[in-house]
Design a protein around this ligand. Sequence first.
Ligand code: EPZ
Length: 498
Amino acid sequence: MRRTDFREFTSRKSIQSARGPRKIEDFVGTGIIETTFSKIKPCRSFCRCKRPHCTKNHHTILPGRMRNLDKFVIRGNKPLCGEVTVSGAKNAIVAIIPATIMVDGLCRIENVPQVSDVIIQLEILQQMGARVRSVNPSTVEIDCRGMRNARTPEDLMRRLRASYYLIGALLGRYHRAEVAMPGGCNFGGIRPIDQHVKGFEALGASVSIKNGFVYAEASEGLKGAHVYLDVVSVGATMNIMLAASLAQGQTIIENAAKEPHIVDLANFLNAMGADISGAGTDVIKIRGVRRLKGGVYSVIPDQIEAGTYMAAVMAAGGSVTVRNVIPKHLECITAKLIEMGAQVEELDDAVRVTRAQPLNKISLKTLPYPGFPTDMQPQLGAALCLAEGTSVITEGVWENRYRYVEELRRMGAKIQVDGKVAIIEGVSELTGAKVRACDLRAGAAMVIAGLAAHGVTEVEEISYIERGYENLVEKLQGLGADISRVTVIEDDAIPMAR
Ligand code: EPZ
């Protein structure tokens, strides 16, 4: 898929509302079916006449609900070789974009990944009155000075988890916020925000949740407080840091999360004039300032994207140099891959990963940083399906982050799940199958399994994956993978043969 800058994403016209009979060629060139129709015969799964290699558009699509069934098609069992460059950290930028709301000036942000979570957030800011300009595919300028504290667009808000950062930012700037409850990947039930609320209330806000919205108001303004988090929470740590940046006085967050993206948000805010210290430790001090000015900031590389490519090499074999990384952020991932039998060479801003032997079984428990990241658990789960012996994974952060296991079983994996523990009995090979992405990292796991599997794997519901991985297909193709993105249009109405 050619690289698109932010403008194109935010202005793409939907073809969902088909008005009357639509012909297939209506969609060609809209960027929706660029791979299916532009140069090859209509995809068989689209031409339902089932005639082999039907070459005529003899179906007229009746009005009805159109659905894009985007999928990745992977022909696996090919080693990965070459170099791949990591993009900016998704979990950092989804907090930095809302943070610009609090800045009284122009923010220029570099190394921004083109992923749908970013596009949605920029769209939300634009709909609330901010000016967003794409300088180049990875640099965006945001000016929120003209923003009105309008009610945020609910439909967009519910499509991502990180919409909750708007609460901290709007509270920080306007002392009030009205934000739809966040969406995000499903890990076994709703994802609580009680620690976020605890922090906002400590700062002097009253918070209520009704009709699917979070209402927060601090009529007397926000005042610094001492907040002790009951749970190590990335989101709550970042959200309280946002609101406290413009509060009166000092705020201390104890039992704070320490992920690299938390340090990145603190560095962004400090670059705009905030006064934050201790980010990356479990005690963060924020001295409220009167104003945040504009400035320039570059987002850190995405440790999880880097780890995903490293896990892909372990599953498919080969040798890959992963560029634009901060090796320190990868230490916990690298240590586990070495246990699995990887050869890892650390360079200044790159790591070279080689699978030179069969995979060893391992035991793994996910924990908050600097422990092994939960966001790498599905990816390693996929690779461990091919290890010699039985591996054990314990999910230490989320209730149920094993929805991908059912999909791996369709490819021949032998995995038993009991609560937060997965027992993975290694098999000699996985076989290609039709599978789906249950969430962002589960989707990445399915791609990894497809790269290693014998035969063809089709991964559906790839919109989850494209929330957090920029140009995944092109990057994997650059490593020799046989992967393509296919879009077919399904309609609920029965096509009428002419
Ligand atoms: C962030 O989610 C990430 N998302 C997640 O990554 C990641 O899995 C998670 O942190 C843990 O590292 C973003 O940054 C957008 P938490 P977040 O608050 O902030 C409990 C990905 O794949 N909790 O650290 O929602 C919670 O139930 C995504 O990129 C409360 O009890 O996670 C969980 O058990 C998926 N009350 C634990 O804390 C709260 O108020 C950690 O959650 C908040 C959280």
